[in-house]
Design a protein around this ligand. Structure first.
Ligand code: V47
Ligand code: SF4
Length: 381
C-alpha cells in the first residue's frame, strides 16, 4: 500500500503516540480551521499528561516595569511612552526597593522585571535594579530583562552579550523571561517591530544565556498580521535552539490585545484560536518541558480550558501587570492563591505551587509569607 506524505489526523496521531517529531506540514494541518479543534486538543493533552501528569503549576509572583519610556515604537504596544508624555515614568531606587519589600511581605518567590528602552537611562541603571533587589531580598528570584533589552545594552555599552549577561548574573539575575520574541519571520517582524533585535539575534542571546547556565522562557505574539505559516516557523526555530541547548523552560503563547495600539482596527483572537495555538505549541515543541496559559491575557475561562489543551502552567498571582492592562485586558490585576487553586482544581488538575525553576514550594501553615523550596517535580522530559 502506498502511504501519502500528506498529513492527516491519523498520521499525526501515530507520530504523537510513537513520540515522533511533527513537521512544518503537520503544524500547518493542525492549524487548519477544518481540522477539528477537539482532536488537536486531545493530541496535545496526551503529550501534556505524558510530560507533566495531572499537575498544573502556578507561582506567587509580581511584575516590575521600572520604566515605560521607550525609544522603540512597536506597533502592537500600548504600554510604551515617549520621554515627554504625561504617562511616562521611571522609578527611583526607593520605588524599586518598596516593590521588593511588598513582594517579600506578600510571599512572592519571583519578580518579573521588564520595561522600556529609556532614551536617557544608562546601562548601570538597569544593572543596579538587579543588584539593589538581590542584595536586599536575596530570596526573591529575579527573572529579568528580555533579549531585546540585552540587545539594547549591547548598543549602549558596545560589550559582547556574554559580558553583559555575566554582569547581570553577578548582580543577582536568576533567569530571563521570554518576551520580545513576537514573530521571528522577517516578513512580519519588519512590519510590527522593525527596530527590535531580529529573530536570529533574539535566539542568539538566549543561546548565550543557556551556555552561561541561565534558564529562559520563550513567547510568541499571535493574532495580528501573521498567518499559520509564520507561527509554525516560529515554533520550529525555537525547537531547533532547544535541541542544541535544552535551556528553555516554558513557552508562552501571547494573544494580541489590540486596544490602544497601532493595530486597534484588528479583532482580538478568539478562544478557538487561543486553544488551537496552545495545542499546536504543545505538539510542535516536543522538547519544551512546560507550556504556560497566561491567565492575564487569556481570561480565566480560556486559561482553565487550556489546561486540557496542552498547558500545564497558569503563571502566577501576578501583581502590577501593565503591558496587557494598558492594551485593554479586562482580567483582574491580581488573583489570590485560593482563586488560582480553585480555577485549577475546577479544571480537573492538581495545583502545585512552584518557584521559577519548577521546584515545589512548601508554605509555613502559620505564616504563608514564609516558604521553603523542594525538588523539581519532573514527570518526564
Ligand atoms: O514581548 C506587548 C507582548 C510581551 C501586547 O517569560 C503584547 O514567564 C498582546 O513576554 N497584546 C511581554 N501582547 C510579556 C511577556 C511575558 C508574559 C508572561 C510571562 C512571561 C514569562 C513573559 O508582551 C512582549 C509582547 O510580545 N505584548 N504588547 C499587546 N498589546
Ligand atoms: Fe518598547 Fe517593548 Fe513596547 Fe516595543 S514592546 S515599544 S520595545 S516597550
Amino acid at each position: 500500500m502506498i502511504r501519502s506524505n500528506k498529513p492527516s489526523l491519523e498520521s499525526i496521531r501515530d507520530k504523537v503516540e510513537a513520540g515522533e517529531r511533527l513537521s512544518l506540514d503537520d503544524g500547518l494541518f493542525l492549524y487548519d480551521p477544518t481540522t477539528p479543534l477537539h482532536e488537536v486538543g486531545a493530541l496535545a493533552n496526551t503529550v501534556r499528561e505524558r510530560k507533566n501528569g495531572n499537575y498544573a503549576y502556578y507561582n506567587i509572583n509580581t511584575h516590575l516595569n521600572a520604566t515605560n519610556i521607550c525609544v522603540y515604537r512597536c506597533v502592537f504596544c500600548a504600554f510604551r511612552s515617549d520621554l515627554r508624555d504625561l504617562k511616562g515614568y521611571i522609578m527611583s531606587d526607593e520605588q524599586v526597593l518598596a516593590r521588593g519589600q511588598e513582594a517579600v511581605d506578600n510571599g512572592c518567590t519571583e519578580m518579573h522585571i521588564v520595561g522600556g528602552l529609556h532614551h536617557q537611562a544608562k546601562y548601570d541603571w538597569y544593572v543596579r535594579i538587579i543588584r539593589l533587589l538581590h542584595e536586599s531580598y536575596p530570596q526573591l528570584h529575579l527573572k529579568a530583562w528580555t533579549a531585546v533589552e540585552i540587545n539594547w545594552f549591547e548598543f549602549l555599552t558596545k560589550k559582547p552579550v556574554r559580558a553583559i549577561l555575566e554582569d547581570l548574573i553577578e548582580a543577582g539575575l536568576g533567569s530571563m523571561p521570554g518576551g520580545g520574541a513576537e514573530i521571528f519571520h522577517p516578513e512580519i517582524r519588519g512590519r510590527i517591530c522593525e527596530h527590535k533585535a531580529d529573530g536570529g539575534k533574539w535566539l542568539d542571546i538566549h543561546r548565550t544565556a543557556h551556555k552561561l547556565g541561565l534558564h529562559t522562557n520563550a513567547t510568541m505574539l499571535y493574532g495580528h498580521l501573521e498567518n499559520a505559516f509564520h507561527r509554525v516557523d516560529h515554533l520550529l526555530r525555537l525547537r531547533e535552539l532547544q535541541d542544541e541547548t535544552s535551556g528553555f523552560q516554558t513557552f508562552i503563547p501571547l494573544a494580541f490585545h489590540p486596544e490602544n495600539t497601532g493595530l486597534s482596527h484588528l479583532k482580538k483572537p478568539s478562544a478557538v484560536m487561543d486553544l488551537r495555538t496552545m495545542a499546536v505549541s504543545r505538539l510542535m515543541l516536543d522538547n519544551f518541558p512546560h507550556i504556560k496559559a497566561y491567565w492575564i491575557m487569556l481570561g480565566m475561562g480560556t486559561a482553565q480550558a487550556a489546561l486540557s489543551y496542552g498547558a500545564d502552567d497558569i503563571d502566577g498571582t501576578v501583581r502590577h501587570e501593565l503591558i496587557y492592562h494598558d492594551a485593554g485586558a479586562t482580567t483582574p490585576e491580581i488573583l489570590s492563591v485560593d482563586e488560582i487553586r480553585r480555577l485549577i482544581t475546577e479544571a480537573g488538575r492538581e495545583p502545585i505551587e512552584r518557584d521559577t525553576l519548577y521546584r515545589r514550594i512548601t508554605r509555613d501553615s502559620e505564616n504563608q509569607s514564609q516558604w521553603s523550596v523542594g525538588e523539581p517535580l519532573v514527570v518526564c522530559k
